[in-house]
Design a protein around this ligand. Structure first.
Ligand code: AMP
Ligand code: MN
Ligand code: MN
Length: 319
């Protein structure tokens, strides 16, 4: 694994940088990428953030970035940076852009990151990749503009569940305070992210809650959301970020899983745990990854099979 100093040296010697956040961009992936692009522009470099798909409506207030389409023309770049991508497969169909770049780098905070790219800077102890980009601004002595502050605040605010998750430490709160000093619009960001749920998304949440199944004496909660549920709620996007941490809030639940069926038949699991169980270890055993309290994986198998295998894996680590 590499260091912040190695990353800043590589950034400084590059002229044109392509930045790739992970697929199904969340607030940390998008915010960290946009803030990195602004840092590079402040250093006189060219930088483009290339999304895998349009941002979900609750993140569309973040300015900048463009959406990748296969075969699109891109300006030449000498460095490609993967941001918040726990493993190469999280880059999705843009992976050739990363692999064929003259130089490649990774900035990430997933402890399960196996290390890839020419330079790979991973801090498993950081609550968000946004904190690492903030540290880059400080280390490289670049002033944080109000736009960078908004992007970084969004990254940190969303990955800590609005400063609620156990990853919220003194560094998170100190950094957030500095970002407010630098002009971050915290009320606007809260409202955009958490108070713009679509009526369809709201209905989908209600369906999800009513489908919650309890196992192991109430210590495990599992929700299976199928394509039928999405259709019944009228929800067109496949974004379940506001649902995935809900079943963990039930008293007595130590571990929760949201299983989501995609249009392409894949099942994505969002695992959340309280104090005892390591979510990342379970996700790793299914080919995914993440953090101790929040992890995920994607497989192409029937929902029932995934649920059965998961229950077996969960049972094994409950003892
Ligand atoms: P999610 O449940 O999809 O919100 O993801 C929870 C955490 O696990 C996030 O930090 C994700 O970046 C990470 N994660 C989700 N899916 C994967 C995967 N397939 N491989 C590695 N990390 C993942
Ligand atoms: Mn992320
Ligand atoms: Mn993250």
């Amino acid at each position: 694994m590499s260091t912040k100093e190695q990353i800043s040296a590589l950034l400084l010697k590059s002229q044109s940088v392509l930045i790739l956040p992970h697929i199904r961009e969340d607030g940390d992936a998008a915010g960290s990428s946009l803030a990195l692009a602004l840092l590079l522009k402040a250093c006189g470099k060219e930088a483009i953030v290339l999304y895998s798909e349009p941002l979900v409506p609750t993140l569309q207030f973040l300015p900048g970035g463009m959406v990748y389409t296969e075969g699109m023309e891109l300006p030449a770049y000498d460095l490609c940076v993967a941001v918040d991508c726990a493993a190469p497969d999280r880059i999705g169909s843009r992976l050739p852009l990363f692999e064929n770049a003259p130089h490649s780098a990774v900035i990430d905070h997933h402890g399960t990151n196996p290390g890839y790219g020419d330079v790979c800077w991973v801090e498993g102890s950081s609550a968000a990749t946004g904190l690492m980009i903030y540290d880059l601004y400080i280390a490289m002595n670049i002033a944080i503009s109000p736009a960078s502050a908004d992007a970084l605040y969004t990254a940190i605010f969303t990955d800590t569940g609005g400063f609620r998750f156990s990853s919220t430490d003194a560094r998170v709160l100190r950094t957030a305070a500095s970002l407010l000093d630098a002009g971050a619009h915290h009320t606007k960001i809260y409202t955009e992210v958490y108070e713009r749920v679509s009526p369809q998304g709201y209905l989908l949440t209600a369906r999800a809650m009513s489908k919650t199944k309890m196992y192991f004496g109430g210590s495990v909660a599992i929700i299976c959301l199928t394509q039928e549920d999405f259709i019944a709620a009228g929800e067109k996007t496949e974004n379940t970020d506001n649902i995935s941490s809900l079943p963990r809030t039930i008293d007595g639940v130590e571990l929760s899983v949201l299983l989501r069926e995609s249009k392409n038949g894949e099942i994505h699991a969002s695992i959340r745990t309280k104090a005892r169980i390591n979510a990342a270890a379970i996700a790793l055993s299914f080919g995914g990854g993440g953090h101790e309290r929040a992890a995920g994986f994607t497989v192409k198998e029937p929902m029932d099979t995934v649920e059965e295998k998961l229950l077996a894996a969960i049972e094994a680590c409950m003892h």
